[in-house]
Design a protein. Structure first.
Length: 233
């Protein structure tokens, strides 16, 4: 198994888009890849295909139904809110310990690339004590940080990198998933960002014709290229 945690600078930035794209590209290249989305908020059980877990299952070439969704996403909440708030509305709570067990079992069972999609941004609360950052740190797996290309993303991204590294989380890649509106081309943002994060490879995923970009990213993740690169720098 080769696990990565896919986190982001915020919600709606592109974690699912990027995770599904990596899984698709990897599978097309003959690399085994799977994804899990342990916590989902805003889940509508009458439309599972539209959910994050539904998108990951589709990328894996699996059917989308109640059972397959539950298998990769055990903690589902109706309210489209941060997990702690969504759980409270259903008189439930999120046990980080149970989530860690679920992730570890899934990772051990995965023969190839294994992507854990987080929820919201890197420091979204899971309950009164823990955030997504604690979840990643406890799993002790490298993170892929998904960020946008909108005006302001450089500060948001570097702040998230600092927050993750402060807890000894290795950020093995930054993926700039092109936002709806960007002040400059994604590569220019990547170049500007790289000066302040020289040890972290930065990938860009344009909004169109991005098959090759996903292939490159999938290959880098599966081929240990990122860890070796980080050691060399
Ligand atoms: N590079 C891109 N090209 C085209 N569309 C994109 C790209 N990145 C993100 N999107 C679109 O932006 C929207 C938000 O992306 P996505 O659902 O992947 O975010 P997320 O980080 O997974 O959000 P959440 O916090 O809800 O899990 C989606 O409609 C997605 O298809
Ligand atoms: Mg998502």
């Amino acid at each position: 198994m080769k696990p990565f945690f896919v986190t982001a600078t915020g919600t709606d930035i592109g974690k699912t888009y990027v995770t599904a794209g990596i899984i698709r590209a990897a599978r097309q290249a003959g690399i085994d890849a799977m994804g899990i989305k342990p916590i989902m908020s805003g889940y509508n059980n009458s439309n599972p295909e539209a959910s994050d877990a539904g998108a990951l299952l589709a990328a894996m070439g699996k059917p989308v139904n109640e059972q397959t969704i539950a298998a990769i996403s055990p903690w589902r909440f109706a309210a489209p809110l941060a997990p702690d708030m969504a759980a409270i509305r259903e008189n439930r709570s999120i046990s980080l310990r149970s989530i860690l067990t679920f992730c570890r079992i899934a990772a051990e069972a995965a023969p190839g690339l294994m992507l854990v999609e987080g929820v919201g941004g890197a420091m979204v609360p899971l309950d009164n004590f823990y955030t997504v950052r604690d979840w990643i740190a406890a799993l002790e797996i490298p993170a892929i940080l998904v960020a946008g290309t909108y005006l302001g993303t450089i500060s948001h991204t570097l702040t998230a990198v600092e927050a993750l590294q402060a807890r000894q989380v290795n950020v093995n890649a930054i993926v700039l998933s092109e936002s709806l509106t960007s002040p400059v081309p994604p590569d220019e943002t990547a170049y500007a960002m790289a000066k302040f994060a020289p040890r972290i490879p930065i990938f860009t995923i344009p909004r169109t014709n991005n098959e090759t970009a996903f292939k490159r990213l999938a290959w880098a993740l599966s081929a240990d290229e990122l860890e070796e690169g980080a050691q060399r720098l």
